[in-house]
Design a protein around this ligand. Structure first.
Ligand SMILES: [Zn+2]
Length: 419
């Protein structure tokens, strides 16, 4: 299935020159790691810390592979793509929310027989799709009981719209004078961090565990610094002001000069996904949201859910490529701040053909005077966030219509450019 790496992409005069000034680059096939996508990495023999870069072609998709048509498998495959109504589903018939445009079903009027794969909707007018394959086609997917043919056909669908994801590797230095909180408990900065954490409904121990720290000098001095690790490397960091007032924004991102590859390449808490017991990943916008949710899940002793942060509300290709490495994860639930739910739905719709994804709609908050506060996130109200996760939904085809009509949703166009 894997193709041989193409020689010369980085080689020759177009190759990377490392900080060591050497252009020698070697290739190695990484097919096993990313199978069935194929990937390769190039790294300079002389300065291996910086020049490693892999390119993954989205030439395949996880769940179209390996069909063996046991009823359970059929149910799972359908559940990956459509919204299954569990109450109505029996051993023989699966009920889903009908995906046919114009049907308007929201309660699950379409049945699919797990043995014959015939399908019928009580709301749709005839003629209507009568086979599960036609339903998959509506979503731009192919259904087949022959694994290899399914892969090929799907590969072709995607090849027309071939996308590339660059997942660079970088190992960066934290700001000068970085001191971890856990080792500086007598510092006044530790106090500042403790107050900030408590204002965000966290504890200083959450920040210490996250490896957060501070510096006494330079332009990072006003910020609590959160390192981002992927594997053994520190790949990024982000700052958060001690005070909520007096700054235009409470977050600080390093400059391109400080850190060459920006936030869209990284996932905070990514390594937690390697645990085979994890089945649901909550995708949030900020590091502090991640810490809040993690804290609450521990309190509740829930071990199969893990939160990650993507720093903005734009999910990039390289972040998606990273998620796809973890094949045991059954679902990625997007939980953005309450003012970005439209964007979350749109993101989920775009991703629904490449990974199992759902949306949790964070409710608006309440100000002290009882008026509605448009911005509300997992730090403000972690209980509401987890409740939203329990009420999460797969993106509906009807949402696509809403998205199409509501083109003036804030940030929507920008999101498109990132997917
Ligand atoms: Zn219908």
């Amino acid at each position: 299935m894997a193709k041989a790496p193409r020689d010369g992409i980085f080689g020759g005069s177009s190759g990377f020159v490392g900080s060591c000034g050497i252009r020698w680059i070697k290739f190695r096939a990484n097919a096993a790691l990313f199978w069935p996508s194929w990937a390769m990495a190039a790294c300079c023999w002389s300065c291996s810390n910086f020049l490693e870069m892999s390119i993954i072609w989205f030439s395949s998709i996880n769940f179209v592979l390996n069909y063996s048509m046991s009823p359970d498998r059929v149910k799972r495959e359908i559940g990956n793509v459509f919204e299954v109504i569990k109450d109505r589903t029996t051993d023989d018939e699966i009920y889903i929310v009908c995906p046919v445009p114009g049907c308007g079903d929201r309660t699950g009027n379409r049945s699919i027989n797990v043995k014959t794969l015939r399908s019928h909707c009580w709301r749709c007018h005839d003629p209507q799709p009568h086979h599960v394959a036609a339903l998959f086609k509506l979503k731009g997917l192919s259904w087949t009981d022959d694994g290899s043919a399914g892969f090929d056909e799907f590969g072709q669908t995607l090849r027309g719209d071939m996308k590339q994801a660059v997942t660079p590797v970088q190992n960066i230095e934290l700001p000068e004078g970085f001191s971890p909180l856990a080792k500086n408990r007598k510092s006044c900065y530790w106090r500042f961090c403790k107050d900030m954490a408590e204002r965000k409904h966290l504890g200083i121990e959450d920040l210490e565990e996250a490896g957060a720290g501070f510096t006494r000098t330079g332009n990072w001095e006003p910020f609590c610094i959160f390192p981002v690790y992927e594997g053994v490397r520190c790949v990024y960091y982000q700052g958060r002001t001690y005070s909520d007032e007096g700054f235009e924004t409470t977050k600080k991102f390093p400059s391109k000069k400080e850190v060459p590859y920006g936030p869209s390449y990284w996932v905070y808490n990514l390594d937690a996904l390697a645990d085979p017991n994890i089945s649901l990943v909550i995708v949030v916008e900020s590091i502090l949201n991640t810490l809040s949710i993690r804290r609450k899940l521990r309190e509740l002793d829930i071990q199969h859910i893990v939160p990650v942060c993507i720093f903005t509300h734009r999910l990039s290709r390289s972040q998606v490529a990273k998620f796809q490495r973890y094949r045991h994860i059954k679902e990625f639930c997007i939980l953005y701040d309450s003012d970005s739910t439209g964007l979350a739905v749109e993101t989920a719709l775009r991703l629904s053909s490449v990974m199992p994804v759902s949306v949790a709609k964070m409710p608006h908050g309440k100000n002290a005077d009882g008026t509605a506060r448009l911005t509300n996130d997992a730090n403000d109200d972690v209980d509401a966030a987890l409740y939203a996760v329990t009420e999460r939904e797969r993106p509906h085809s009807v949402d696509r219509e809403i998205m199409r009509l509501g083109t003036d949703l804030p940030g929507q166009r920008g999101a498109g450019a990132h997917l």
